[in-house]
Design a protein around this ligand. Structure first.
Ligand code: NAG
Ligand code: NAG
Ligand code: NAG
Length: 437
């Protein structure tokens, strides 16, 4: 399947119907006026920062986005579970794979309460079909282009770049839930989603050959590879996953100029790089200092490896020159000095604004549907005696230099009336990239 430009994106979204305005916890009262002013200033300053530079429309860089195509069926998670009569559980449990109702209930409960993003493979076609069937006529459901590749390419096309997608879509069922939703004895601490899918093919290698073939004629300026996170929950044959991790570390990461990920994927990648097991559940609301420390470590290890690879093998590894991590409360980027990435400050602001736009489902940001949850100041590292950076409303994006790179951090105006969270990461990552090429 190949799509170009924006119009063809629409074909997949004809069923955009009702949308339910979910619970909002932001009550407005006079005491909040000071906060409101602060939020308005942050918003106007972020918009200014975003508008400082434009997308490179003159050159219209060509971007190829690969892997992880699918169609998302988005439903209210709790409504779906209630509809299929899934019994509540008092045993939240981690499962690598979901085979039946009991495991789904336990696994959902595990991620739902902390409000952590999760994506699980259903190793039972009958059960997966039942879930999809029940979702099809659930009020308020929506179909959307999903998966990393299509969402990222869609965002880039919207921003004026030329995109090209490869791949047949599978259905991903997105169980969304707002902050404060309750299911059985559990209450979600933040809005997020739990994704189930039953993709037939190997999420990575199968599409690689087709992708490589398409690339030949397209000759992109930027190659974006997504969907790699799915590898942590695909039921690989024994030994297969190690093989794929090996390929990932040998053939993908050393050749990537940039990596983008969320607060769950960052500690996972770091664990893998250090040779330990994947952290199943990480803090869904990490502090800036923690994230920056993890980013520095990923940046350091990846670059050390690329250097070693270049020294020992003929395939030339590239240094990693850009690392973008998005969390609910803030966006953080590391960009190497003198690399080709431009406009880091504006790109960080854009990523932050896109987070609100995507989750609220509107290009115009309504400050009454936004909230700042980042603290008034943050420490740049957990190391003792580290610099503290105040969050200045009129200059909300903080950038500073360290070693051979620049770091920028921007607060997110967290959307309080959630329209959708799924696809947010890809939309945000893509929005961050478009101002930098
Ligand atoms: C697969 O799903 C079906 C339908 O929900 C269920 O009856 C069956 O027990 C499941 N199989 C396994 C191995 O759990
Ligand atoms: C990693 O996971 C494997 C298999 O689940 C287990 O045998 C091993 O002890 C774990 N290693 C660490 C360092 O936790
Ligand atoms: C990305 O977010 C925007 C909101 O700014 C939305 O209009 C668009 O549909 C999203 N794109 C995708 C492919 O999800």
């Amino acid at each position: 399947m190949e799509r170009e430009g924006r119009a063809s994106w629409m074909k997949y979204g004809p069923v955009v119907s009702l949308f339910v305005v979910l619970l909002s916890f932001w009550f407005r009262s006079p005491q909040n006026e000071v906060l409101d002013d602060r939020l308005d200033t942050v918003l106007s300053s972020l918009l200014r920062a975003e508008g400082k530079v434009g997308v490179n429309n003159v050159a219209r860089p060509k971007v190829a986005v690969g892997f992880g195509g699918c169609v998302d069926l988005i439903v209210d998670g709790v409504s779906l579970l209630n509809k299929i009569g899934l019994a509540h559980t008092d045993q939240p449990l981690h499962h690598d794979l979901i085979e039946n109702e009991v495991q789904l209930a336990q696994s959902f409960a595990y991620f739902f309460a902390p409000g952590a993003a999760a994506e699980r493979f259903v190793l039972n076609d009958t059960f997966f079909s039942e879930l999809v069937e029940a979702s099809r006529d659930l009020p308020g459901n929506r179909w959307a282009i999903g998966g990393n590749a299509p969402v990222m390419a869609g965002r880039m096309a919207t921003e004026g770049l030329a995109g090209n997608i490869v791949e047949e879509p599978d259905i991903h069922l997105i169980l969304e839930y707002p902050s404060g939703a309750s299911w059985g004895q559990y209450t979600s601490r933040r809005a997020n989603r739990y994704i189930v899918h039953s993709d037939e093919h190997n999420p990575y290698l199968d599409s690689m050959a087709a992708f490589a073939e398409k690339l030949k004629g397209f000759d992109p300026d930027l190659l974006v590879v997504g969907g790699l996170q799915m590898m942590d929950n695909f039921p690989f044959q024994s030994g297969e996953q190690e093989g794929i991790m090996e390929e990932l570390f040998h053939y993908v990461i050393p050749h990537a100029d940039s990596l983008g990920m969320n607060e769950q994927e960052l500690p996972n990648l770091l664990s893998l790089l250090k040779g330990s097991n994947i952290t199943v559940l990480s803090d869904p609301n990490p502090r800036v200092a923690t994230v920056l420390d993890q980013m520095r470590e990923v940046y350091r290890i990846v670059n050390l490896r690329s250097k070693e690879d270049s020294d020992t093998s003929s395939a030339k590894a590239k240094p990693l020159t850009r690392l973008h991590v998005h969390t609910l409360a803030f966006q953080a980027m590391i960009v190497t000095h003198g690399s080709k990435w431009k406009n880091t400050m504006s790109a960080t602001a854009k990523a932050s604004l896109t987070a609100n736009r995507h989750v609220c489902g509107s290009d115009d940001i309504d400050p009454s549907k936004a909230r700042l949850i980042m603290d008034d100041s943050f420490s740049v590292s957990r190391r003792e005696g580290s610099m503290r950076v105040p969050l200045q409303e009129s200059r909300p994006v903080s950038c500073w230099d360290e070693d051979d790179y620049e770091i920028c951090v921007a607060p997110v105006l967290v959307c309080t009336e959630v329209y959708q969270t799924a696809g947010g990461g890809d939309n945000i990552s893509a929005a961050g990239l478009v101002l930098q090429i």
